[in-house]
Design a protein around this ligand. Structure first.
Ligand code: ADP
Length: 551
């Protein structure tokens, strides 16, 4: 079972704690097994001498001491269990987040973000109960059951075997209902996550929803999804109820069988009253702990079931980049980029076909062409977000796949078509790179990007918080912040993908003016529909549905 494997792989992180926990729980469970034995001693005390050589007062004092130690250990175990539960939850969330951020971009694009955030917050959120509320009680019950069986065997072997037979009959029932519940819980949770994705998508695209008057339709879609999940939840509850009934019948059978065996043994064989009472009480404890364990297995399935797909994401292990990449060449980027007969497609159809061109270090290059002709794709191939299907992409003369891609990306300033701002201050958004920067560079970058007039007007200047996804700013302002962010480290290569599309003519001209004096001899690639305002460039690459017409 995948989830269990991933959870077990976490145990090695806190081996010492888990060892202490196991020892503590064994001690606590064992200490509870003594009660039926005490009753046996008490019942037999009239006819038999006490089975120990010390006085009854001393014996009780030892017991009081042992139970005091047991309750302290139990308290410490509870604290440690809750801590381990929370640690496991956090660790799983970080692992999922890391798996998502490090996976190749084409995989991320196939995912529904709302669904994933639901999985991360709800499904993984529930996992903190797993250790204290499910695994630890299951472990205690197992110790309990083994202890009970051992003591029952020590009273009478055959009678214990008869009782065990009835318990074994319950195993297939447990297995069948457990699997079914896990499946239903998992699929109901998928439906809930999907409805969460709808919820998030609709709120993000609220303008589109309103302009197409889709409010009622979206509410209906959401409600249908919720209903689907509810049907599966109802089925799962039905299974759980039937399961409880069957387990109840089995436990009752077990207790009646024990009653029969005990009374029979007491009348036929020479069992003492103490033997009979102790045997019955151990069998009763065994039955109750089996009943509790079966319910716990059910809860285990309910918690782990919805996590199957999350583990798949964590476990697929496909990683885009590692830092640093082993066996890859580190480069100090100069800025030459060459495409040689490059073919590329997102799916079956090629988006870039037999594409060849060369950009020399220090050149200003404009890439233009109709929408959908593959301009942005070229940019993403240049920074290794996607890999060419055939042909070669050379960076400073080296094939891109031989280079340390993280090192390369750190030296490229990139502004994508829909620049996103992170929730944080304006300063944090501009100084996003982990490279050191000076206040002088920050001021000059603000000026180049044309933010020098806007920032003083903001309530807190550079400390102004820009909202989630930058909603508090206009499209043009967001583009300018994204440009400032990209040029902050004065990168040897700058790629601006439609960064001018939201700028009015005067601001755009000012941007090219200021940018050209800042980066006159640094490779600058401007991807744009409208190039009439860019006057000073060295080379033009015109794209026509995947083919570069090189100038
Ligand atoms: P341009 O930047 O010239 O507008 P793009 O490079 O964005 O063109 O897109 C080129 C083609 O690739 C288009 O047909 C577009 O639909 C397709 N495309 C772009 N991104 C993806 C993607 N992530 N998955 C599938 N197809 C894509």
């Amino acid at each position: 079972m995948k989830p269990l494997r991933v959870i077990l792989s976490n145990i090695h992180l806190s081996l010492r704690e888990y060892f202490l926990l196991a020892t503590g729980l064994i001690f606590v469970s064992m200490s509870h097994l003594i009660y039926p034995w005490l009753i046996k001693i008490m019942a037999d005390s009239a006819s038999k001498p006490l089975p120990f050589d010390i006085s009854i007062e001393l014996f009780i004092s030892v017991l009081v001491g042992a139970f005091f130690v047991s309750s302290v250990i139990s308290y410490l175990c509870d604290n440690l269990l809750f801590k381990q539960g929370l640690l496991l939850r956090n660790n799983m969330r970080v692992r999922l987040y890391s798996a998502l951020l490090f996976q190749p971009i084409y995989r991320t694009r196939q995912l529904k973000i709302g669904e994933l955030s639901a999985r991360c917050s709800e499904d993984i959120g529930r996992i903190h109960t797993l250790i204290p509320d499910i695994v630890a009680p299951l472990f205690k019950n197992s110790v309990y059951s083994v202890g009970c069986l051992y003591l029952m065997f020590s009273i009478h072997v055959q009678a214990t075997l008869v009782v065990m037979l009835i318990g074994v009959l319950g195993a297939p029932v447990l297995f069948f209902f457990g699997r079914r519940t896990q499946y239903l819980a998992s699929s109901a949770q998928s439906d809930h996550s999907l409805s969460n994705a709808l919820f998030e998508e609709s709120l993000v695209a609220i303008r589109e929803i309103k302009s197409f008057v889709r409010e009622a339709l979206e509410v209906k879609r959401y409600s249908v999804q919720q209903d689907k999940a509810m049907q599966k939840e109802l089925l799962a509850i039905g299974y759980s109820q039937r399961f409880n009934q069957i387990i109840y019948i089995l436990v009752t059978g077990l207790l009646l069988a024990t009653f029969y065996v005990t009374t029979h043994q007491m009348s036929v064989v020479s069992w003492t009253v103490g033997d009979g009472l102790a045997f019955y009480m151990y069998a009763y404890t065994l039955a109750m702990s089996l009943l509790a364990s079966s319910k716990l297995v059910f809860s285990l399935k309910k918690v782990l079931g919805p996590l199957e797909s999350v583990w798949e994401l964590i476990e697929t292990g496909e990683r885009d980049i590692e830092y640093p990449q082993k066996g890859k060449e580190q480069i100090e980027l100069k800025g030459t980029i060459e495409f040689r007969d490059v073919d590329f497609g997102y799916g079956q159809t090629l988006v870039i076909r037999n594409c060849s061109f060369k950009i020399c270090a220090g050149e200003w290059v404009v890439i233009r062409g109709p929408s959908g002709s593959g301009k942005s794709t070229l940019a993403q191939l240049m920074i290794g977000l996607y890999h060419a299907r055939s042909g070669q992409i050379l960076i400073d003369g080296d094939p891109i796949e031989r280079l340390d891609i993280a090192g390369l990306r750190k030296q490229v300033g990139y502004v994508g078509q829909e620049p996103l701002l992170f929730h944080g201050t304006l300063r944090e958004n501009i100084c996003l790179s982990d490279w050191a920067y000076s206040e002088e560079r920050l001021s000059s970058v603000i000026e180049i990007a044309g933010l020098d007039e806007m920032i003083p007007e903001l309530p807190d200047g550079l400390k102004t918080i820009v909202g989630e996804r930058g909603y508090t700013l206009s499209g043009g302002q967001k583009s300018r912040i994204a440009i400032a962010r990209a040029i902050m480290i004065d990168p040897p290569v700058l790629i601006l993908d439609e960064a001018n599309s939201m700028l009015e003519t005067s601001l755009e001209r000012q941007l090219w003016d200021r940018l050209s004096s800042d980066r006159r001899h640094k490779t600058t690639i401007i991807i744009s529909h409208h190039t009439e305002n860019i006057i000073d460039y060295d080379r033009l690459v015109t794209m026509e549905t995947g083919i570069a017409l090189y100038a």
